[in-house]
Design a protein. Structure first.
Length: 316
C-alpha cells in the first residue's frame, strides 16, 4: 500500500523520496548505504519531532488518515470467533456500524464499532462510517444481548457523525441515537469505548456512553466537526482550523474535562505508521481496563457510570 502523506508531513515525504531514489541507484551505480542510513535517521528524527508537537488541526488530519486502522482491522487483530449479527429487527441492516459476538483474548464479549471502509467501494458500502437509525437500533439490540448473557461490551468509535439524510431523519435518527445513548448508560455489564479516529457528535456518543472511555493519542472527540463549527460560528467552513484550535478536541484537554479516562499512545508517525503495534497496544489497555471493571456488580457499574458522566463539565 502506497504511503499517504499529510500536508504537514511534506518534509518527511521529501526525505523518504530521496531514500527511495538512492536505493534504486544503489542497484546500478554503486552503494549509497551510508547516505541512505543517514537519511533514514534524519527522517525518523523529523517524524518524532513533528508528531510530538501536533496541534489540534494536525491531529484532526491524523485522525482522518485513510490508512488508519478501522474497525475491521481491530476485529481481525484482537478478536477471534467473531460472529457478525445484522439488522435492527425493525427496518434493515446498517453497515456503518458493525457488531456481534466474539472472543477477546479468550473472553466472550459483545463488540461493535463504526466502519468507514478503505476504498471507494467499501466506503460507499459503509456510508463512510455515518450510521442511520437502524445502525443505532442494532447497537441497542447488541447491548440488550450483552446484558442478557452477562457479556462485556467493547465499542470502537470512528465517525464524523450520524448520517444527516432525509431518510434517516424520517426514520427517527435523533430518537435512535438517544435510545442507544440511554442503553449504554444503563448497562449492568462492563463497557469500554475506544475512540480510534474521529469521535463526532451524537453519532459517536451513541456507542461511547461506557464505563470507561479511552482514546488513541491522535484521535479527536467533539460535539461537532471543526468544519461544522466554523460554518455555524463564522459562516465559513474554511475556518475549520480556527475552530479545531478552540474546541478542545484532543486527548489532553478531554482528560482535563473528564470526558475521556485514558489516552492510548500511538507509534511514532501515528497508528497508520505501524498498524499492528497500534492495535496490539489497544488490546493491552483493554485487558487492563476489563480487569478493573469485571469484579463490579451491575448496581456498582451503573452507579459508577452515572457518576462519571455527571462529573463532566463540573468545576472544583
Amino acid at each position: 500500500m502506497a504511503t499517504h502523506y499529510l500536508d504537514f508531513e511534506k518534509p518527511i515525504a521529501d526525505l523518504e523520496a530521496k531514500i527511495e531514489e538512492l536505493s534504486l541507484l544503489s542497484s546500478t551505480a554503486g552503494s549509497f548505504e551510508s547516505e541512505i542510513e543517514g537519511l533514514r535517521k534524519k527522517a525518523e528524527n523529523l517524524r518524532k519531532k513533528t508528531y510530538a508537537s501536533l496541534d489540534p488541526w494536525m491531529k484532526t488530519a491524523v485522525a482522518r488518515h485513510p490508512q488508519r486502522p478501522h474497525f475491521i482491522d481491530y476485529i481481525s487483530g484482537l478478536f477471534t470467533d467473531f460472529v457478525e449479527l445484522k439488522g435492527d429487527r425493525q427496518f434493515g441492516d446498517d453497515q456503518a456500524i458493525l457488531g456481534g459476538l466474539a472472543r477477546f483474548r479468550g473472553q466472550p464479549v459483545v463488540v461493535m464499532g463504526h466502519e468507514k471502509g478503505h476504498d471507494t467501494q467499501t466506503r460507499l458500502t459503509h456510508n463512510f462510517g455515518m450510521a442511520r437509525p437502524e445502525g443505532y437500533r442494532k447497537a441497542v439490540r447488541l447491548m440488550d444481548m450483552a446484558e442478557q448473557y452477562g457479556l462485556p461490551v467493547l465499542s470502537f468509535v470512528d465517525t464524523a457523525g450520524a448520517y444527516p439524510g432525509l431518510g434517516a431523519e424520517e426514520r427517527g435518527q435523533a430518537e435512535a441515537i438517544a435510545r442507544s445513548t440511554e442503553r449504554g448508560l444503563t448497562l449492568g455489564v462492563p463497557s469500554i469505548a475506544t475512540i480510534t479516529g474521529e469521535g463526532g457528535s451524537g453519532g459517536a456518543i451513541a456507542i461511547a456512553s461506557a464505563s470507561r472511555v479511552l482514546m488513541l493519542e491522535h484521535s479527536i472527540y467533539s460535539v461537532i466537526s471543526p468544519e461544522g463549527a466554523a460554518g455555524i460560528l463564522w459562516r465559513d467552513g474554511a475556518r475549520a482550523k480556527d475552530a479545531a484550535m478552540a474546541m478542545k478536541i484532543t486527548g489532553p484537554d478531554l482528560m482535563e474535562l473528564k470526558i475521556v479516562d485514558r489516552i492510548i499512545p500511538e507509534p511514532t508517525g501515528g497508528a497508520h505508521a505501524d498498524r499492528d503495534a497500534a492495535i496490539s497496544k489497544v488490546g493491552d489497555v483493554l485487558v487492563e481496563e476489563l480487569k478493573a471493571l469485571t469484579p463490579l456488580s451491575p448496581e456498582q457499574l451503573r452507579k459508577d457510570r452515572a457518576d462519571r458522566f455527571y462529573a463532566i463539565g463540573r468545576l472544583g
